[in-house]
Write a protein that binds this ligand. Structure first.
Ligand code: SAH
Length: 218
């Protein structure tokens, strides 16, 4: 069976993103371009544009397209930004960010995932994304400060180093809650601290590191 991935992708944009209120034309066109089916294993490619997360190995998942769009739109990227991403996973969100910002720095704690994502991102021709294996809750001090930070795993609280590494006026999107369910928060750094707003309930894999959960399981 030959699958028309481009058609599936544009249908995803219309039925899952536009229909649910995603408006930023740059986000919609980026997600219409990035070949999501390449970021999952071949056996799952026919489900890549479905309205759900999918497994990517190592007990991790690629987020649902709508969640990727919602998080990306909330960062309000215009083009010149330096963005930090925590939780590279498959690299799909990294590619979407690389379409929309000047520089993307992405951190993944599982080396096998980082290596695969790095190879794929390079093969797709992105020259503005760098992936490293590290504990993302510590951030990436050498490349800071960032205009925007996207955290793709659930944390018990906002890791302090990430607030430090955000510019004043910068935006951070992060799921905060317990291990199974979280609230997606949009955090804006102000001259005196942070302002946080709740966007939606969500379900992410746990953020594991020095400033989040200590281990994978309780
Ligand atoms: N955005 C990804 C999905 C990420 S799933 C995609 O599009 O595919 C969340 C990822 O966060 C997992 O790969 C997990 O290994 C990673 N992760 C969890 N804790 C982390 C930490 N402290 N630093 C970096 N990555 C972390």
């Amino acid at each position: 069976m030959v699958i028309d991935f481009e058609r599936a992708r544009l249908k995803m944009v219309d039925e899952q993103l536009v229909a649910r209120g995603i408006k930023d034309p740059r986000v919609l066109s980026a997600m219409g371009r990035v070949a999501r089916h390449l970021f999952v294993e071949e056996a799952l490619a026919d489900r890549a544009y479905g309205d759900h997360a999918l497994p990517i190995g190592e007990r991790q998942t690629i987020s649902q397209p709508y969640m990727v769009a919602l998080m990306t739109e909330a960062l309000a990227l215009k083009g010149p930004e330096r963005v930090l991403e925590i939780g590279t996973g498959s690299g799909y969100q990294t590619a979407v960010l690389a379409e929309l910002a000047a520089r993307v720095y992405s951190i993944e704690r599982i080396a096998d995932l980082a290596v695969k994502a790095r190879r794929l991102i390079a093969s797709l021709g992105y020259r503005n994304a760098t992936i490293k294996v590290f504990d993302g809750t510590i951030g990436w001090k050498d490349e800071s400060p960032f205009d925007a930070i996207l955290v793709a795993a659930g944390s018990p609280e906002i890791p302090a180093p990430l607030i430090e590494q955000l510019k004043v006026g910068g935006r951070m999107i992060i799921p905060v809650g317990d291990r199974t369910t979280q609230m997606l928060k949009k955090v804006i750094k102000t001259p005196t601290g942070v302002e946080a707003a709740s966007l939606t309930g969500c379900v992410f894999v746990p953020l594991i590191g020095a400033h989040a959960w200590a281990k994978e399981d309780e």
